[in-house]
Design a protein around this ligand. Structure first.
Ligand SMILES: O=C[C@H](O)COP(=O)(O)O
Length: 250
């Protein structure tokens, strides 16, 4: 099955009105691409970016997080219904920084996925193992456990509306990308795991790789049959580098 590639830039907690305006302006100058291009600013800049991109359907918007609660006394949280006021298509969920620094468990991540699916957003479900887990041979078991929490709550059909981002924790922000072969092995394992629940869902689901993706490594990654794009952190803050990655995706 042909799956459209997605190249998503996760800007994390970076940027200002000035720098984001300049970055988006540069991204909008690029030629159109067959891949879907997504950018993920911090909440305060969603409105700015959606306004800047309003005349151009080439760039889609992602939020970096969402609350698992619908509304109420949850200071500092942002609900899925609030995101409906912006042109948000995707929402990152379960990023390893959320899991490790803010204590998000598999169960909380699954609830966030549920709140997004209920509102017709597409969750980008981030999964991946730590270095210790990889060295202990637990890479796939960890990924499967993280996916299983969502499967148990929502069933396999939910994955028709979910994008998976495989991001080995040891490769995030370290400059140590997984090799294309290492990433492919995990992606195909994830797809096989989903296929044990539904072959058609497994064939359809887009699985992105994230972890120190650079223009120089992206072509090899995208040549792999089960790598359907990238979730790019640091390199997405540089328009030229990010656009090279978009180009490599075709
Ligand atoms: O969401 C993106 C990942 O955390 C990758 O970040 P990085 O490209 O800076 O390693």
């Amino acid at each position: 099955m042909i799956r459209q590639k997605i190249v998503a830039g996760n800007w994390k907690m970076n940027g200002s009105v000035e720098s984001i305006t300049a970055l988006v302006t540069d991204l909008l100058k690029a030629d159109s691409s067959n891949s879907e291009v997504v950018v993920s600013p911090s909440f305060p800049y969603l409105h700015l970016v959606s306004t800047l991109c309003a005349q151009n359907d080439q760039i889609k918007l992602a939020a970096q997080n969402v609350s698992d609660k619908a509304s109420g006394a949850f200071t500092g949280e942002v609900s899925a219904s609030m995101l409906e006021d912006f042109a948000v298509k995707y929402v990152l969920v379960g990023h390893s920084e959320r899991r490790s620094l803010y204590g998000e468990t598999d169960d909380v991540v699954a609830l966030k996925v549920q709140s997004l699916i209920n509102k017709d957003f597409i969750p980008m479900l981030c999964i991946g193992e730590t270095l210790e887990e990889r060295e202990a041979g637990q890479t796939l078991a960890v990924c499967e456990r993280q996916i299983k929490a969502v499967l148990d709550l929502l069933g396999v059909e939910a994955f028709n509306r979910i994008v998976i981002a495989y991001e080995p924790v040891w490769a995030i922000g370290t400059g140590l990308s997984a090799t294309a072969e290492q990433a492919q092995a995990v992606h195909s394992g994830i797809r096989a795991f989903l296929a044990s629940f539904s072959e058609s869902v497994a064939q359809r689901v887009q699985i992105l790789y994230g972890g120190s993706v650079k223009a120089s490594s992206s072509r090899d990654l995208f040549a792999m049959p089960d790598i359907d794009g990238a979730l790019v952190g640091g390199a997405s803050l540089d328009a030229k580098e990010f656009l090279e990655i978009v180009k490599a995706a075709g």
